[in-house]
Design a protein around this ligand. Structure first.
Ligand SMILES: [Zn+2]
Length: 276
């Protein structure tokens, strides 16, 4: 279901500032980040949980890290990844992710939740023992097994979330890429979540054609599902960010600005989107 119209004109945020939560809707709050830190969300904020990205747990449990066919772990040290990717096939990893979801709902007292980093690291991951055994037991090919594994996780979380459930997607709308690279069966996931969010980050937004290409691609790809584009805000020049927001807002149901600390700037950007 699409909430274009009124929702499109309002600015949402991903924030670390309590004072921003009441000012914008929706306001997402990273309760569990890829570093492994936990920060309870203030009332009214929607918690974001990084499910399978966790540097701290990767260090404590290297056997939980995703590996490629050559055994190369999905870490910042060994590959180009930005953080350590844990394997969703491993029962302990999955149980931990579910426990984080339960804690986020309990601590904050809200009904809504956003899942982050529900993904295999990239194409080629994962070939750990749990994945190989799970694939054999399920009698599935590797690509299908990966997608079924993540769909099953989202389905499990869906049962725990009484309100709206959002899922972050990597900004690659090219047909088949979310499925093949990250193990996300978007068509199945559409039936499980209430909305998708795509971070499209840059530090300057000096050009916007690529923001438009990605946003346009996702509008075609997600076809009617609610989805938001999330742009990076911290220290990004306001005029450039405003232009990029307008481009994204043309295609998305809603736009978000992430991590900007400047409340006045965010209010001016919202007014710009509203045409004031
Ligand atoms: Zn694995």
């Amino acid at each position: 279901m699409s909430n274009a119209g009124e929702a499109r004109r309002r600015l949402g945020v991903v924030t670390r500032y309590k004072g921003h939560v009441a000012a914008f809707s929706p306001a997402f709050w990273e309760v569990k980040d890829v570093g492994g830190a936990w920060t309870v969300q203030p009332p009214g904020a929607i918690p974001m949980v990084s499910c399978f990205g966790d540097n701290r747990l990767g260090k404590a449990h290297p056997e939980w890290i995703q590996v490629d066919a050559a055994g190369t772990p999905a870490t910042r040290q060994s590959r180009y990844f930005d953080w350590t990717a844990l394997c969703p096939s491993q029962p302990a990893v999955r149980a931990q992710a579910v426990a984080w979801v339960e804690r986020a709902l309990k601590d904050g007292g809200g009904d809504d939740l956003r899942l982050d980093d529900v993904t295999f690291a990239r194409q080629g991951y994962c070939h750990c023992r749990a994945c190989r055994d799970g694939m054999a037991a399920a009698g599935l090919d590797w690509a299908t097994y990966r997608q079924e594994t993540l769909t099953a996780f989202v389905r499990e979380v869906r049962r725990l979330v009484p309100g709206r459930l959002y899922l972050t997607l990597y900004p690659d709308p090219y047909p088949g890429h979310l499925e093949d690279r990250f193990g996300l069966d978007v068509d199945q996931l559409k039936g499980l979540v209430d909305g998708f969010i795509t971070p499209v980050y840059d530090l300057a937004y000096a050009t916007t054609y690529w923001v438009e290409d990605i946003a346009h691609g996702f509008r075609d790809r997600l076809g009617g599902a609610l989805w938001m584009v999330e742009l990076y805000g911290l220290d990004v020049p306001e005029a450039a960010l405003g232009r990029a927001l307008e481009v994204a807002a043309f295609y998305a149901d809603q736009v978000l600005v992430a991590y900007d600390r400047d409340l006045d700037k965010l209010r001016r950007l919202e007014a710009r989107l509203e045409g004031k």
